[in-house]
Design a protein around this ligand. Sequence first.
Ligand SMILES: [Zn+2]
Length: 314
Amino acid sequence: MEKICFGIDVGGTTVKMGIFTTEAKLVDSWEIPTRKEDEGSHILEDICNEIDKKLVEKKISREDLLGVGIGIPGPITKDGTVLNCVNLGWGVFNVEEKFSQMLGGVKVKAGNDANVAALGENWQGGGIGFEDLILITLGTGVGGGVIIGDKIITGSNGAAGEIGHMPVVYDEDAEVCGCGKKGCLETVGSATGIVREAKKLLANTDIPTPLRDNSDFTCKDIFDAAKEGDKAAMIVVDKLAEYLGIAAAHIAAVTNPQVIVIGGGVSKAGKFLLDKIEEKYMEKAFKACRNAKFALATLGNDAGMYGAAALILC
Ligand SMILES: [Zn+2]
């Protein structure tokens, strides 16, 4: 029997689970709900039961199970210690040790979900073939990760790669971020942030735009209008690209990546957005860092599962 591993991405509402071969082939994937009641104490138990069930169903022996990789939506140190994961109700404990015990001694490796997603894109996604990568994920929030030499940069208390909280807006009236700080990339680069910036522009100018016809316009509407050459939408997208270019230039000055991968729902804007970010990056980045390539993420919501498997297989 072929050797396999599990790649598991624990989210606030669902746990995504995948079985991978050593050739990086995803042979099965499914989801279970995340039971957050009782301080999230059932979550690992539920995953453990699923793994046992799947091993029996697929007739996989324990000897052929190389390990279980797991992405957690909170800070986690290099040795696998979760430091208060509020998304799951977890306190401080070593998730690798605990989960390994529950699984009868199977190897367990854990990481922060956003960092693990970056590792997934590095291993099998938009950054395949490169060992030094930055992932910037633009979704309901802004996240990401830094991979150097095919390894996640974790930092001293698991907070490395928190790209969304990089300060990029320095105005007095900058928006306050969910983290309590003013002017984070997340306040202008998330889908809601982009819409808010567009609404501000419409309120403060009288530029004619079809966006004014629909008070509930979305981030996608803004990109669609910009692609049609709409002036107001172009201003919003150019400003967004500038913030992202600046953020990428800051990170690059420290990490000198080979590739900068853009993911998340907002990245569905595609090459149109990518090219604009790259253009701004080239203006802002340190000369020796300008050979970085720009790529779109390709794994979508599966990036976390892939990255979790890579924690075991790579
Ligand atoms: Zn913040």
